[in-house]
Design a binder for this molecule. Structure first.
Ligand SMILES: Nc1ncnc2c1ncn2[C@@H]1O[C@H](COP(=O)(O)OP(=O)(O)OP(=O)(O)O)[C@@H](O)[C@H]1O
Length: 439
């Protein structure tokens, strides 16, 4: 039970964790000479200074209620681990606040923060890394209790043995060494160690990714049992959507440092609203492909967080990019133009003649004259083997003029949902849950 009296700011309505506008930027120039580029010719000024900011986490806000599991999902490099490390105070935020049990962690004294650290524990992907091979299992589990001055030696031993049982291991493993255990068992030992200080909140960063699939399911079940037994709250980070679906109550989808969709796990999996969530879900293999709607595939890589795209960060890979307001073309014409833009970008067709390419991508001439002029000029560039000019023209005249490039969508709730906590950051979804019309 949480001792409410020890947290004066806490009120009935406070979630366990409230994160507001959390931002973590890495300055790549922090290393000695890291951001200096030396002139190779030896004639010009000897070096230039190009500091680069990696926008790993950019204005992220969410809440986690006591006892729930929030799943955090997204492709590699989108900022999940950085977010976890900032939450755990292993990294200091560039901006934003983290409230835990009603207290702003940034405002705590060092001693108060040290005590709070007891309440927030982390489990990493590699079950080996935190187990010192020279220490016995008992000592490994007792170490955090000792560090926080909890219990006497006998009490710690008793607690360690109880925890071994709770995580599904034998109490007599207390005197053994880590090398005697399998990957799954080592992750269980890590769990026992994290739970030894009675945390309220556990951040699990890809805790099952290094394990065999059959072992993964057992660990997930143990995590759920432990959650009930100890009243734990989890932030569960994974790129594996089936794991996220199995374990989460709610899910937050992250793309290039930002959250793009948050919602109840069943609603989000049944009816994903953000094109990125839709693309991620359609990449899960399903036994019967006919049972899913239209499949969309993620093209290309996640762009660099050093210079993320303007507006919506997903727009450079988005299959639903909104047509620029100045063009008066139908949805199917716009779909054809988008296909042409992607094909030019990937140079995926044989640029033989203007008329042939026009026929290949477009069903007749476009109704909007200006739009057709741009398309013709771009196709002419490809035939002249000027692919970069074609790409640049299409980007400037179409992609960059879309509202998706001009304005960053905010993570807004969608009304008409059975649950209130469904938020999506996409210009396709207005606050009334209806697509915004851009005529
Ligand atoms: N210390 C650092 N200095 C500079 N850049 C960093 C640092 N740590 C992370 N990054 C960058 O921040 C971005 C987010 O990385 P992060 O590890 O948080 O992503 P992730 O979603 O957890 O990916 P993965 O699942 O591969 O670990 C990446 O572009 C990464 O290269």
């Amino acid at each position: 039970m949480t001792d409410v009296s020890s947290h004066p700011e806490e009120s009935e309505e406070d979630p366990l964790v409230r994160v507001s506008g959390l931002t973590k930027h890495f300055d790549n120039s922090s290393g000695l000479l890291g951001s200096y580029e030396f002139a190779p010719d030896g004639l010009s000024f000897p070096f230039t200074h190009n500091p680069e900011t990696v926008r790993a986490v950019d204005g992220v806000s969410f809440e986690i209620e006591q006892g729930e599991t929030l799943g955090l999902v997204g492709e590699s490099g989108c900022g999940k681990s950085t977010l976890a490390r900032v939450l755990l105070q292993l990294l200091s935020p560039t901006d934003g606040d983290i409230h835990f049990q009603g207290e702003n962690l940034a405002e705590l004294s060092n001693e108060a923060l040290r005590q709070r650290r007891e309440d927030i524990q982390m489990i990493f992907q590699d079950p080996q890394s935190s187990l010192d091979p020279r220490m016995k299992i008992g000592a490994i589990i007792e170490e955090p209790m000792e560090a926080h001055g909890l219990r006497d030696a006998t009490g710690r031993e008793q607690r360690a043995k109880e925890l071994l049982e709770s995580v599904g291991l034998e109490p007599q493993y207390y005197d053994r060494y880590p090398h005697e255990f399998s990957g799954g068992q080592r992750q269980r030992i890590n769990l026992a160690r994290a739970l030894s200080v009675d945390p309220d909140f556990v951040v699990l960063d890809e805790p099952t990714s290094a394990l065999d699939v059959s072992i993964q399911a057992q660990i997930l079940n143990t995590l759920q049992d432990l959650q009930t037994e100890f009243g734990l709250t989890y932030l569960f980070i994974s790129h594996d959507l089936s794991v996220i679906r199995h374990i989460s109550d709610r899910v937050a989808v992250m793309y290039l440092g930002e959250l793009v969709e948050v919602g109840d796990v069943d609603r989000l999996f049944e009816d994903p609203r953000h094109p990125y969530t839709q693309a991620l879900l359609s990449s899960i293999p399903v036994p019967d492909p006919r049972s899913r709607g239209e499949r969309s595939v993620l093209h290309g890589d996640v762009p660099s967080p050093i210079n993320p795209p303007s507006g919506c960060r997903f727009r450079t890979r988005c299959p639903a990019l909104i047509v620029p307001a100045e063009y008066d073309i139908s949805d199917s014409e716009w779909a054809d133009v988008r296909e042409l833009i992607r094909a030019v970008d990937r140079r995926s067709f044989d640029a033989d003649s203007v008329s042939h390419i026009q026929e290949q991508f477009l069903d007749g001439r476009l109704t909007d004259t200006r739009c057709q002029e741009v398309v013709t000029e771009a196709i002419e560039h490809t035939v002249a083997d000027e692919w970069e000019r074609a790409t640049e023209l299409l980007q400037t005249e179409f992609a960059e003029k879309s509202v998706c490039a001009e304005t960053a969508p905010s993570l807004d709730s969608i009304t008409g949902e059975p649950t209130t906590d469904r938020r999506v950051a996409c210009h396709l979804h207005g606050s009334e849950g209806e697509p915004i019309q851009h005529e």
